[in-house]
Design a protein around this ligand. Structure first.
Ligand code: ADP
Ligand code: MG
Length: 475
């Protein structure tokens, strides 16, 4: 329901682009398209569709990008959640843009600059009746099924647990809590569960949505004093899945409501599945009682990928695309693109698209050429923790001394070396580095960097020592 409405709205909004007196030039349109693409990549499909896609660029005058959204609510939300990033991306595309102005189309109509059906652009979405649980469920991606999920050591537990729930059996754990870094398959597994239950037990009500959407619905219910209906919808489902629950961190009333919903369902033996980027205990900004409750069932981590899993995934994707790609190329990608599975898939798609466009075979050379930027970004990233560990080992001090307040030279010097290397080898800022060294001030880090620089100039054996450490870290 809501979905159709949304696309109507977007269409209507799009048709207004360029109707402004200063019609938009091609360059601006292209810049805006790139900004949108970046937003989509950074915030993910769900957030993009709910909040960012409805944005319409009205004009670019002087240093201000003027945009509109259909409702006041959306305007406020975008301003608090996304505006900073929006501006940063704009400035990146076009250095002249230093200001962003967002208005809702109600206010825009007042200026009589737009030729759009006002009924479509009114606050209709907010006035819509409360959707039913089924309508609430976010659309499922039809590629996210169990048979397309490649299982390996890093995800075998999560997969097995999801599989059991998907088969519709009652399972001895509730909730299932899936956690792991971005792009490792959490959403894929949740959608797979939903697809499978739809098949095996079509009478069951399965509700899948992101924590962000949960919050949006909840806020809307509050606003329209419709919380009873809201509670009803959620408490009548057989299987509830909430994706990316870290999103409600620090959002107290949403958390409270979620907690009640969660308890009500678990108490009635309905299955709850939660995903997050961290384990329950490590979730920041989530209440203690909630963390402990989230960890009551089965907590399954999806670990970072291994070479074998990456290669398996590439082979399976290549097969799905019915394209022959030399084993050497797949091995190269599996070796080089280690960040996450989403990027790995993206790399393969790009490579395939490129070679079909220019009519060249996929080879190692094309891969290196086409994926140049990705490959560089995936170059081993050195962490501050690794630096601290290596440096502590090298100077035979305890790792904990990196964070301690002790100032004796035998401890302080290695600590300074570690700070120096952190500055040289990572892209962390001075305050960030300071925080990782027992909460020190950025001036302390600055001092350390200067000190080590000086010492390197006056003491060549010390300098060689530091270089050696550096080479070891760069491996
Ligand atoms: P997350 O929700 O953890 O950020 P997603 O579930 O969105 O990650 O996965 C990112 C992409 O990687 C999706 O296209 C998904 O199909 C793919 N993917 C993740 N894990 C696997 C896997 N084990 N096998 C096949 N594809 C996978
Ligand atoms: Mg996800």
């Amino acid at each position: 329901m809501q979905h159709n409405m949304e696309s109507d709205r977007v269409m209507a909004a799009t048709s207004s682009t360029g109707s402004d007196s200063q019609s938009m030039d091609q360059k601006t349109t292209a810049q805006w398209a790139r900004v949108r693409a970046r937003l989509r990549a950074e915030f993910g499909e769900t957030a993009y569709r709910s909040w960012l896609k409805p944005l319409t660029l009205e004009s670019l005058t002087g240093n201000t990008a003027q945009m509109t959204v259909p409702t006041r609510f959306m305007k406020n939300w975008i301003e608090t959640q996304y505006k900073d990033r929006l501006l940063a991306l704009w400035s990146n595309e076009n250095a002249q843009v230093t200001n962003i102005s967002i208005s809702h189309s109600g206010s825009r109509q007042a200026k009589k600059t737009v030729v759009v059906e006002p009924s479509i652009l009114s606050d209709k979405i907010d006035e819509e009746r409360t959707p039913s649980a089924m309508e609430l469920s976010a659309p499922l991606d039809d590629r996210f099924t169990f048979d397309r999920f490649v299982v390996g050591k890093p995800n075998e537990l999560a997969f097995a647990a999801a599989r059991r729930i998907g088969e519709g059996e009652s399972v001895p754990f509730n909730p299932l809590f899936l956690f792991g870094g971005v792009g490792l398959g959490k959403t894929h597994l949740m959608h797979s569960i939903a697809w499978n239950i739809r098949q095996t037990s079509p009478e069951k009500k399965v509700l899948y949505l992101s924590a962000e959407k949960f919050m949006y619905q909840f806020i809307r219910a509050l606003r329209y004093k419709d919380t009873m209906a809201f509670k009803e919808q959620f408490r009548s489902v057989d299987v509830l899945m909430i994706d990316d629950v870290q999103f409600i961190a620090g959002k107290d009333s949403t958390q409270e409501e979620f907690f009640h919903t969660f308890n009500a369902l678990v108490d009635q033996n309905r299955q709850v599945i939660i995903s997050a980027d961290k384990s329950p205990a490590e979730l920041d900004g989530i209440e203690e009682r909630m963390k402990s409750r989230l960890g009551w069932g089965l907590v399954a981590e999806i670990h970072s990928t291994t070479y074998e899993l990456r290669l398996g995934i590439l082979q399976s994707k290549a097969e799905q695309l019915s394209i022959h790609i030399p084993a050497k190329v797949l091995e190269f990608l599996a070796h080089k693109i280690t960040s996450n599975i989403r990027e790995l898939e993206g790399a393969l798609n790009r490579l395939v698209a490129y070679s079909s466009l220019v009519g060249r075979d996929v080879s190692l050379e094309t891969a290196q050429e086409v994926l140049h930027d990705l490959l560089r970004a995936n170059d081993r990233r050195i962490t501050i923790e690794e630096i601290q560990k290596r440096v502590a080992e090298h100077y035979s001090i305890k790792l904990s001394e990196m964070h301690s307040a002790r100032r004796s030279r035998a401890i302080a010097r290695p600590r300074q070396v570690a700070m120096y290397l952190a500055k040289q080898l990572t892209s962390r800022s001075l305050p960030e580095i300071g925080r990782k060294f027992g909460g020190r001030d950025h001036t302390t880090v600055m001092h350390a960097v200067r000190k080590i620089d000086e010492l390197r100039q006056s003491d060549s054996s010390f300098s060689e020592d530091v270089d050696l450490l550096r080479r070891m870290l760069e491996g």
